[in-house]
Design a protein around this ligand. Structure first.
Ligand SMILES: [Zn+2]
Length: 92
């Protein structure tokens, strides 16, 4: 039996391929400084929960249709559920 450690090699290759290709420097000479930077939206459970004094606080409302576990996305003036499409407007 001759076991080769080629698996490690392949994973290394994959990582190299994953690296995003450099931007093509085609129109980089004329610099237009009017590009709004998009706010990066954080994702993950930590964006929906916050621990305050040892208690968990939910930052997003829960979908009424889907029940607990399904959070609704904040769209400024309304919340919407990505699971069932339910939309709820914020009361002001
Ligand atoms: Zn829902």
């Amino acid at each position: 039996m001759s076991e080769k450690k080629e698996k490690e090699k392949t994973s290394e290759k994959e990582e190299a391929e994953k690296a995003a290709p450099e931007e093509a420097p085609k129109e980089s000479k004329a610099k237009k400084g009017k590009r709004e930077k998009r706010k990066r939206e954080e994702k993950g459970v930590f964006t929906r929960y916050k621990v305050e004094n040892g208690k968990v606080v939910r930052l997003r409302p829960i979908c009424e249709r889907c029940g607990p576990g399904y959070f609704m996305a904040d769209h400024g003036d309304r919340y919407s559920c990505g699971h069932c499409g339910f939309t709820r407007y914020k009361q002001t």
